[in-house]
Design a protein around this ligand. Structure first.
Ligand code: NAD
Ligand code: GLY
Length: 372
């Protein structure tokens, strides 16, 4: 019998180091992996209603098979709205009512929304308890479950209330991607492409050849792609956990993307990955305009994203206003005293942080994208 492809990546952060396990069939091994990591400590499952309908019973069976009691569960509605203060307050009160103590471990089963919310609950309850990430979207498997950024949204913007809090373990079962809606899978693929664009042109070339296999569910291609992204992120996080320097490169496409996502209304015309896809094209376009990047690289990136079903320009059905987008960017938590900070590129695989980009240049890039 062929053995299933799987991989294990270490995030090296001294006494807060942890493993990311990637592969198919991992939910069946979850009980064993949890037991190896936290023994018999009490658990609480946090998930959303969609994901729980697909995977809660699998998780429970796996825990039971390892001799672990089935944990109580907090289920939030699926969607970005669950990263709100009210949703956080309700979940926190429910968990406290269950009689949590400092040994309790939260299991975060779901996409980036569940991971960010459950991680922030773990960061704040009793001034910090442990948690394990079990990401079920491609976006969460390659990005949000790794690196310890946790948080919720404010009326003033996305992810403005949060904390760095590393998980004890990340278990990314690629089989869960089978039930993921195609739009969500492609949105996660935008984050996969991001890793090639920011620092690894060979990985981007590999995606040119195998990206369709990743999207179509080929297990080996998925494990290779997800593990490559996690390896890149693990190395960046180990070097710069709190985003004092190179971790900012992970925000390639995000300054434009967040602004577009926010102006189109969260949970509306654009999801996070789609915003990032358009934002990466805009970052390449701005880099070309500023003389940093060959136009051919912009064309390659655009063609790659388009051919993998991702948007490369802002949606026509939203009336974006350039000044409103710039105000959003100035309010982004990466902006410093209102100055515009962008991740720009010298070419595919060569990203750098540019502080103080002139608003007039950004306006031209926006006008160009909005007219595309
Ligand atoms: P999500 O968590 O909202 O999941 C998308 C949808 O897919 C939801 O409806 C969910 O219920 C459903 N779903 C999840 N897994 C499924 C599965 N296996 N089968 C069927 N349905 C499934 O969205 P996301 O794209 O995973 O995450 C987006 C969030 O991640 C945003 O809030 C963003 O800010 C955050 N994020 C955080 C970081 C970080 O470093 N912490 C990085 C990137 C993004
Ligand atoms: N997703 C960006 C980061 O983790 O830093």
């Amino acid at each position: 019998m062929n053995s299933l492809p799987s991989d294990r990546i270490r995030v090296g952060l001294d006494n807060r180091s942890y493993d990311i396990v990637v592969g198919p069939g991992l939910l069946a091994r979850l009980g064993t992996l949890v037991k190896e990591t936290v023994g018999d400590r009490p658990l609480i499952l946090v998930s959303d209603t969609n994901v729980a309908a697909f995977y809660r019973s699998k998780v429970e069976s796996s825990l039971s098979a390892a001799g672990i009691a089935i944990p109580p569960a907090i289920l939030v509605p699926a969607g970005e709205e669950s990263k709100s203060l009210s949703s956080y307050a309700q979940a926190a009160e429910s968990i406290l009512a269950m009689g949590v103590d400092r040994k309790t471990v939260i299991l975060a089963l779901g996409g980036g929304v569940v991971g960010d919310l459950a991680g922030f609950l773990a960061a704040t309850l009793l001034r910090g308890i442990d948690f394990i990430q079990i990401p079920t979207t491609l976006l969460a498997q390659v990005d949000s479950s790794v690196g310890g950024k946790t948080g919720i949204d404010s009326a003033h913007g996305k992810n403005l209330i949060g904390s760095f809090h590393q998980p004890l373990l990340v278990v990314a079962d690629t089989d869960t991607l089978v039930t993921l809606p195609s739009r969500e899978l492609k949105a996660g693929y935008a984050e996969v492409v991001k890793y090639g664009l920011l620092g690894d042109s060979d990985f981007f070339a590999w995606l040119d050849e195998h990206g369709s296999a990743v999207i179509e569910g080929d297990p080996e291609a998925q494990v290779y792609a997800i593990a490559s992204c996690c390896r890149a992120k693990a190395s960046i996080v180990a070097a710069d956990e709190r985003e004092g320097g190179q971790r900012a490169l992970l925000n390639l496409g995000h300054t434009f993307g967040h602004a577009l996502e926010a102006e189109s209304g969260f949970g509306g015309a654009l999801n996070h990955g789609e915003g990032v896809s358009i934002g990466m094209v805009m970052a390449f376009d701005l880099s070309v305009r500023l003389g940093h990047c060959p136009v051919n690289d912009l064309m390659r990136v655009r063609a790659h994203l388009l051919s993998h079903g991702l948007p490369v320009s802002p949606p026509r059905n939203v009336a974006f206003e350039p000044h409103a987008l710039i105000r959003r960017m100035q309010g982004d938590k990466k902006a410093e005293r209102g100055r515009l900070t962008f991740v720009l590129v010298n070419g595919i695989g060569q990203a750098f942080v540019a502080k103080d980009v002139a608003a007039s240049e950004v306006e031209i890039a926006l006008a160009h994208a909005l007219a595309a």
